[in-house]
Design a protein around this ligand. Structure first.
Ligand code: NAD
Length: 359
């Protein structure tokens, strides 16, 4: 069986779906074909792939094509019946692409759709990339703030530590908390899932009580708040936000636009020099003023709405993603041939278009 790894073409996408280190970890009988330059942007040279046992060539004729971003129309047109495709295929937005893939007889597996059950943890690409995004969000906050994060006692005076509020303490939020703490900030956090309060405290942060408690779904996600609960949360936050130097917002509801938590009025209440890093910018932003993909100044408050932060740390983001993808490939291959076990909950759950591959 051949596994193809194309060079990503989406603007700003610097990750690669498979790194050289993972080539040797794939099941026996899987040969890897890498497009020349595929790992260049994430600092993996063609030579490293060849040394790991891969060949350089056309990845699109392989039995399985592993990508980071969903294929463009041109890329999708290169796929043929019987092939499989793996990637962040964005199932909520790509109906047209899936119709085309299904008509072409391609079986497509969306990394976002992998059920988040315990057995699927090694495949959990949403978590691995959220870890990178959370870390980077804390670094961006530190970089954009015109002040230190840690407390400093110097001969020239004492500097108090910066105060950081992390809203949404899922995978990205917890990593942002841990990173901001390591840099010396005093960190508070809030999530509508009360179950995370203990994890927040174990990282040395304070869990804010906003008087808003949401529900948790079976998958561990938050349920959307009612409009009344959301208004109460906005009002509570608005009263507290002026105490903080930096906000890192990561709140999300799967398949829904990001909840608006920080109003324009709340931003106006922040001190000049304050910073908001809005990790939810991709799905509309947690702050009313966030502009997707841009960094803006609103009355002295910097609002960072940059998207695809994992791609700004492409080496480790790709390394983690590569292990996630290799774990999925393991479930699709038997005796060196593409033979997905459709009864497997993970295979079935992540499949967004299906052809009777080797059935
Ligand atoms: P996510 O990116 O969908 O959401 C981020 C956070 O935003 C969540 O913690 C959510 O509760 C929070 N949120 C939503 N609305 C909010 C609001 N109005 N105010 C404040 N916070 C709000 O979630 P995620 O980080 O991908 O995952 C969330 C959880 O899913 C994890 O913490 C974990 O419990 C669970 N999970 C389980 C597994 C598993 O294998 N069992 C794997 C990954 C994640």
């Amino acid at each position: 069986m051949r596994l193809g790894v194309p060079k990503e073409v989406a603007p700003g996408e610097r990750r690669v779906a498979l790194v050289p280190d993972t080539v040797g970890r794939l099941p026996d009988g899987v040969d890897v074909v890498v497009e020349a330059g595929a790992g260049e942007e994430s600092a993996f040279a063609d030579d490293a792939y060849v040394a790991a046992g891969a060949t350089l060539g056309d990845p699109w004729s392989a039995d399985v094509v592993a990508k980071v971003a969903a294929p463009t129309a041109d890329e999708a047109a290169r796929l043929r019946s019987g092939q499989a495709l793996i990637g962040f295929l964005d199932p909520a937005a790509n109906g047209e692409l899936f119709a085309r893939l299904a008509a072409a007889g391609v079986s497509a597996f969306a990394l976002e759709a992998i059920p988040r059950i315990t057995r699927a943890q090694p495949l959990d690409a949403l978590s691995s990339q959220a870890t990178v995004a959370g870390y980077k969000a804390a670094l961006l906050a530190a970089d954009r703030l015109p002040r230190f994060l840690p407390m400093l006692s110097t001969a020239a005076g004492t500097i108090p530590p910066a105060k950081v509020l992390v809203i949404g303490a899922g995978v990205a939020g917890l990593q942002a908390i841990a990173t901001a703490r390591r840099l010396g900030a005093v960190v508070s956090a809030f999530d509508v899932r009360p179950a995370v309060a203990e994890q927040v405290r174990s990282l040395g942060a304070t869990f804010l009580d906003l008087g808003v408690v949401g529900e948790e779904t079976e998958g561990g996600y938050a349920r959307e708040l009612t409009p009344e609960q959301q208004a109460a949360q906005q009002a509570e936050l608005q009263a507290r936000i002026p105490q903080f130097d930096a906000l890192i917002t990561t709140a999300a509801i799967p398949g829904r636009p990001a909840p608006k938590l920080v109003t324009a009025d709340a931003v106006r209440g922040m001190r000049p020099g304050s910073v908001i890093i809005d990790l939810a910018a991709e799905t509309g932003g947690n702050c009313e003023l966030t502009q997707r993909g841009r960094e803006i100044d609103e009355g002295g408050v910097t609002i960072v709405g940059l998207t695809n932060l994992p791609s700004t740390m492409p080496t480790h983001a790709s390394q983690l993603l590569s292990r996630n993808i290799a774990s999925l490939v393991e479930l699709l291959v038997r005796d060196g041939a593409l033979a997905p076990d459709w009864d497997d909950e993970i295979v079935n759950g992540s499949c967004v278009t299906r052809q009777a591959v080797a059935a």
